[in-house]
Design a protein around this ligand. Structure first.
Ligand SMILES: Nc1ncnc2c1ncn2[C@@H]1O[C@H](COP(=O)(O)OP(=O)(O)OP(=O)(O)O)[C@@H](O)[C@H]1O
Length: 676
């Protein structure tokens, strides 16, 4: 017996399923993944029964809610409280769409009832046309009966169309709101969490929310339809001929037992193939992402050979899988058809004995197909529920996650507040590198309006100071205070409002120059934006044809221009603290001059406390105080002249190394300053 391919899953869907979730059962999956597979519907029924009673641990008596779930979930999932809570949350999501979903379910019942009457009608028609004394119930004429049937089928189709529209729209609305809340939750997490698993967050936003939406609507509707089809179909079969129905139910179990074991073997093979495919992709990915290196070392043949090996192992597994699948489906198809033959044979004798009419036998065979389809749909329904729960668990994990730094919790900081900034005995490790102390008992006091240049070799922890200041992370020991108050007491959003940040490599977002300067400050007027741009020496904007309305992306900005835009963005906030992380790459002389001039203006105003991670000598020389960061601590501190004048300082060595790298000549900082 062949199932309509539309009822069968694509293998891609199944693979996705397998990746994320425990599947209902190998044999059922296998049937779902293969198009044009012969499946005996009653065998499927048996499988489900087996699945529900044996492959699952018995429900725990203590909780009635768990009991219901235990029947539908596989053992690996149903025992987990997470799964149960995820299931409940998914159901709760559907509550927002209670009304349309309720109507859709009503329509579904109407359309299913109509379609379930078809086999019976066909049987009656066959009997009517083959009978020597044809009679229509209720004394209807053939025309009237046909008219009623036509009306019924039209109503069924309309109900079905209505169901599809309502379910889809509800599903899409659920997915849309789920995406928004997932995005909101993700964007409020601490940076470490998102940066570590950015791809993960994106897949939750994209794939997982779609799966959850589908499992509430589309799959729920399919599942209900399947339940109606299977139960009504079986009932009708028993009504038409209990003997034939029992015969079918008796033939199936022994055949299905073999299929169970074989199905498991196939599933194992399929898993191995997927793993091998993963390995193959990894090899290709590595080489393609490092193509410059591959070509520079003429390593293409070597990479091709590596890939060839992986392709071979995939091929050999696929060959085994193909043979095994062929045997599996050949034999299940054969046994399915033999069962059908037995039914026809026995049914035929019953017809010739007059125990059953030709029409009833036809109806019964048609119902068998319906029940089979219903069972098939039911199995995908279980898998879909589990996929939905798996995806839901990942989404709810993010939705329920409390960020390590709660963005809207704590004391509001008045934007006009000013005060000294103190790093008090800070010890800091990155959460992903526990045990590696980036800062050790670090101490630094910065007075209001003071400018400090932090210097040190690459990787010494300079930028980490800014990360702590912005509360991307919190120190392991010690505290940072602003105006005498621990910054951890502040509401991070309002605290970040008083800090202007200029990162090493400023990010510009899609939009115009103006929207980029006003990033995070949407209420800023054009005038305020222009003032900030002027302060930051962004005169280049006025030279652009569309000025401040020039879209970013249509032009390429130089490093110096980007940095000045970032300074303008920071200045627009009128920050109490400016955290400037200077780009390490050299700027051309004019750019550097314009950037430095902008920094000068900020420093001279003495309105903003400046903590500059400095690389360029010209910037370092501008700061009132320079601190040298080494081994997580400040080892030297003083004005530029003091540090240059001091013999054998770490600062002199650092500067000399930088100058040598920049000029190619051995020079001292003092020489360069004098030269310029
Ligand atoms: N997110 C992170 N997770 C783990 N380790 C990090 C992270 N960011 C930086 N580090 C490590 O912390 C150390 C200090 O890095 P940091 O960026 O603060 O140094 P830096 O002095 O600013 O360096 P550079 O001058 O090259 O910018 C480095 O060893 C770096 O590899």
């Amino acid at each position: 017996m062949m199932f309509p391919p539309s009822l069968l899953w694509s293998s891609r869907t199944a693979f996705r399923c397998r990746r994320s979730l425990w599947l209902v059962d190998s044999r059922l999956l296998y049937r779902q993944t293969q198009p044009s597979v012969s499946i005996h519907p009653v065998r499927v029924l048996k499988h489900i029964r087996h699945y529900a009673t044996e492959s699952l641990p018995q429900p725990k008596p203590e909780t009635s809610k768990q009991t219901v779930l235990s029947r539908v979930l596989p053992s690996s999932l149903h025992s987990s409280p997470e799964t149960i809570s995820s299931f409940r949350k998914i159901v709760a999501l559907a509550k927002t769409e209670k009304k349309p979903l309720g109507i859709a379910i009503g329509l579904l019942l109407i359309s299913s009832s109509v379609s379930m009457s078809i086999p019976l009608t066909v049987g009656k028609l066959i009997d009517y046309f083959t009978s020597t004394n044809p009679q229509i119930p209720y004394g209807l004429t053939l025309g009237q009966a046909s008219g009623i049937l036509l009306l019924l089928f039209t109503a069924g189709s309309l109900a079905n169309a209505g169901r599809v529209v309502l379910m889809r729209l509800s599903g899409q609305r659920i997915v849309a709101s789920l995406r928004e809340s997932t995005y909101q939750a993700a964007i409020r997490q601490e940076v470490e969490f998102v940066e570590k698993g950015e791809g993960d967050v994106l897949s939750r936003l994209n794939a997982d929310s779609t799966i959850v939406g589908e499992s509430i609507t589309q799959n729920l509707s399919d599942g209900l339809r399947a339940i109606v089809m299977s139960s009504v179909g079986l009932g009708a079969m028993f009504y038409l001929s209990p003997r034939l129905t029992l015969l079918m139910l008796a033939v199936v179990p022994p055949v299905s037992l073999g299929a169970v074991f074989y199905g498991r073997y196939l599933k194992r093979l399929s898993n191995q193939t997927q793993e091998a495919l993963g390995e193959m992709t990894k090899v290709a990915q590595e080489a393609l992402s490092a193509l410059r290196t591959v070509q520079a070392f003429n390593a293409a043949p070597q990479e091709e050979a590596k890939f060839h090996q992986r392709v071979l192992s995939v091929l050999s597994l696929q060959k085994r899988e193909a043979i095994a699948t062929a045997i599996f489906f050949g034999s299940t198809g054969w046994s399915g058809n033999v069962t059908l033959l037995a039914l026809l044979g026995y049914g035929g004798t019953l017809v010739s004995n007059g125990a059953i009419s030709v029409g009833d036998l036809s109806s019964l065979l048609l119902y068998t197909v319906y029940v089979g389809s219903g069972m098939q749909m039911l199995t995908s329904f279980f898998s879909s529920i589990m996929r939905g729960i798996g995806a839901g668990t990942r989404i709810f994990e993010l939705l329920d996650r409390q960020p390590a730094v709660r963005p809207y919790y704590g004391v509001e900081v008045n934007p006009a507040r000013r005060g000294p900034l103190r790093f008090e005995n800070i010890t800091f490790e990155y959460p992903s590198r526990r045990g590696v102390e980036i800062l050790k008992d670090f101490r630094l006091d910065v007075e209001v309006g003071e400018s400090i240049a932090v210097v040190g070799k690459s990787g010494s922890g300079k930028s980490s100071l800014h990360a702590l200041l912005l509360r991307y992370y919190d120190p392991v020991k010690g505290k940072i205070t602003f105006d005498g108050q621990d910054i951890r007491e502040f509401n991070p959003t309002s605290w970040r409002n008083v800090i202007g940040i200029v990162p090493q490599d400023p990010v510009l977002f899609t939009g115009t120059i103006a929207t980029n300067i006003a990033y995070g400050n949407e209420s800023a007027t054009r005038e305020q934006i222009e003032v900030a741009a002027r302060q930051a020496n962004c005169e280049f904007i006025w030279g652009m044809p569309q000025g401040f309305d020039t879209p970013i992306g249509r032009m390429s900005l130089s490093g110096g221009q980007r940095q000045r835009l970032a300074i303008a963005r920071a200045l627009l906030k009128k920050p109490a603290i400016l955290a400037l992380d200077e780009a390490t790459s050299a700027l051309d002389a004019t750019s550097e001059h314009r950037v430095n001039d902008a920094i000068d203006k900020i420093l001279l105003s003495r309105q903003t406390t400046c903590l500059i991670v400095a690389h360029r000598l010209s910037t370092i020389a501008r700061a009132e105080r320079i601190v040298v960061l080494e081994d997580g601590r400040i080892t030297e501190s003083g004005t530029f002249n003091e540090l240059v004048a001091r013999e054998g300082t770490r600062f002199r060595a650092l500067m000399a190394a930088q100058l040598t790298a920049a000029t190619g000549e051995k020079m001292t900082p003092a020489e360069v300053i004098n030269d310029s």
